[in-house]
Design a binder for this molecule. Structure first.
Ligand code: PGA
Length: 249
């Protein structure tokens, strides 16, 4: 039995005081929650939110990190600096990083390995564009992103990896993949992990769904055999919408 894992990606939203207000509400309202939880505020709110979620059942996540530990990387944030703030996990390969900031699989893979090396958990995002889905390439795209994203990751580190399947056409658009369509891709990704790491690892890996998850569709999605949680964007910005997702069912 896999544990459900629900993560909130706050993207480039909220000042520190707004982030603090949401974090306090979540700590209070999720303290009896049964699942694994994470919030990923923007870099500038990590310290503030970290102090609030410390000791709670909510992990502190970052939305990205640099591919190197330190050096001449203007505008980037290092995994060492994230650890210094108490960050426990990092979201990598989000479609906004892939498509707006042109991060490719090799670049993302470097970050995955670096984050693991420094003891962080990773949420590795994969997902196809609308034209790729329409061309029948959804599985192939997710396979490539999974295989290349995990290249060189030791089997012993796989327990710290969560995969988030986020069809790009469903992110922030209000269009959700049907639970059946999402489950089919999740099953496929599980098979890909099985080919790389064996059947036991494939059974154990947590695969979140992301893309317009809301209180109204969370339970149907998570009822599917291969959907083990959610990576939530828009609906993660308010306790009123995130808490019912986090306590779905
Ligand atoms: P959304 O974003 O829930 O607003 O669609 C999900 C994500 O990008 O992680």
């Amino acid at each position: 039995m896999r544990n459900y894992y629900i993560a909130g990606n706050w993207k480039m939203h909220k000042t520190r005081s707004e982030a603090a207000e949401l974090a306090k509400a979540l700590v209070a309202q999720l303290k009896d929650g049964k699942h694994k939880y994470l919030v990923a505020p923007t870099f500038t709110s990590l310290e503030t939110v970290g102090a609030i979620v410390k000791g709670s059942n909510i992990l502190l996540g970052a939305q990205n990190c640099a591919p190197e530990e330190q050096g001449a990387h203007t505008g980037e944030v290092s995994v060492l600096q994230l650890k210094d703030l108490g960050v426990q996990a990092v979201i990598l390969g989000h479609s906004e990083r892939r498509h707006i900031y042109k991060e490719d699989d090799e670049f993302i893979n470097k970050k995955v390995k670096l984050a693991l090396k420094h003891g962080l958990e990773v949420i590795l995002c994969v997902g196809e564009l609308l034209e790729e889905r329409e061309a029948g390439r959804a599985e192939a795209v997710c396979e490539t992103q999974t295989v290349k994203g995990l290249a060189g990751v030791a089997a012993g580190d796989l327990g710290r990896i969560t995969i988030a399947y986020e069809p790009v056409w469903a992110i922030g658009t209000g269009k959700t993949a049907t639970p059946e369509d999402a489950d089919a891709i999740h099953a496929y990704i599980r098979k890909v992990v099985g080919k790389l790491y064996g059947a036991d690892a494939a059974q154990k890996i947590i695969i979140q769904y992301g893309g317009s998850v809301k209180p109204e569709n969370a339970a149907q999605l998570m009822a599917k055999e291969n959907i083990d949680g959610a990576l939530v964007g828009g609906a993660a910005l308010k306790a009123d919408t995130f808490v019912p997702i986090a306590k779905f069912g």
